[in-house]
Ligand binder design. Structure first.
Ligand SMILES: NC(=O)c1ccc[n+]([C@@H]2O[C@H](COP(=O)([O-])OP(=O)(O)OC[C@H]3O[C@@H](n4cnc5c(N)ncnc54)[C@H](O)[C@@H]3O)[C@@H](O)[C@H]2O)c1
Length: 247
């Protein structure tokens, strides 16, 4: 393990085989952390381990609470501690008006995006408490603050993450464990491939900078929130939206 901002730290990232999770994993590993990648896409996980120099990978479906709990215990047993968690696993869900939205699809989005965050946070807190130290970053979205039409399940799941993060951050405020959320506007990853171009154009048109973000920009903010330098912020929401949100 090299010297760096995250030397000696053990980090878990959900949804780490792609996009923002993979970018954060690469940066944490480059700055000294032992990084554990969780994702349900086994093939992409293997490639991501090579690309990020992660210590471990595990096929984990965040909707399965028992599997998440087992995976957290395995990290602590294998690497001796668990300091940092980034919850990045997420899906956009169907693009459709509420009146036509299938209940199964609604449940899939809420189970993955919101209940998945609950499962991961719940599983790691005991290990962080044992050391009196932790940093948790949950990936919400501008959609959770503002709502995008035809994406109500996604918006509800991401707004839920904000409420959850505020509650958990306050619950743990004196424990040494800081919990924050980030609310990016659209940034360039494979998630965009799940959306029709018209939806992407709608979102870019709302960004004053007139462009999508890059994963490296998101990773820079998340890594600061996962670092020791973040010491007086918890239960908070951090904007990264090219000026779209000013709150
Ligand atoms: N890309 C954007 O424009 C954007 C904007 C705002 C917020 N976000 C949020 O950022 C996070 C990361 O998005 P991304 O763009 O990097 O997406 P991505 O599709 O590149 O990566 C998401 C990863 O989550 C994994 N995943 C999905 N369901 C899972 C499950 N049940 N268990 C474990 N892993 C699962 C996928 O296999 C994938 O590797 C998501 O929560 C997303 O909602 C993305």
């Amino acid at each position: 393990m090299s010297d760096g901002r995250f030397s000696g730290r053990v980090a878990v990232i959900t949804g780490a085989a792609s996009g923002a999770g993979k970018a954060v994993a690469a940066r944490l590993a480059a700055e000294g952390a032992a990084v554990v990648l969780w994702d349900m896409d086994e093939t992409a996980l293997a490639a991501a381990q090579q690309q990020t120099r992660a210590a471990l990978t595990r096929c984990v479906d965040v909707t399965d609470g028992n599997s998440v709990a087992d995976a957290a215990a395995a990290v602590n047993e294998t690497l001796g501690r668990l300091d940092l968690l980034m919850c990045s696993a997420g899906v956009t869900g169907a693009t459709a008006p509420v009146a036509e939205y299938a209940l199964d699809e609604w449940s899939r989005v809420i189970d993955t995006n919101l209940t998945g965050v609950f499962h991961a946070c719940r599983a790691v807190i005991p290990f962080m408490r044992a050391n009196g130290y932790g940093r948790i970053v949950n990936m919400s979205s501008i959609g959770g603050k503002e709502g995008n039409p035809n994406a109500a399940a996604y918006a509800a799941s991401k707004a839920g993450i904000l409420g959850f993060t505020k509650a958990l951050g306050k619950e743990l405020a004196t424990s040494g464990i800081l919990v924050n959320a980030v609310t990016p506007a659209v940034f360039r990853t494979s998630l965009l491939e799940q959306m029709p171009q018209s939806q992407i154009d709608y979102m870019i048109a709302k960004i004053p900078m007139g462009r999508v973000g890059e994963v490296e920009e998101v990773a820079a903010l998340v890594c600061w929130l996962l670092s020791d330098e973040c010491s007086f912020s918890t239960a908070a929401t951090f904007d990264i939206s090219g000026g779209r949100a000013t709150y």
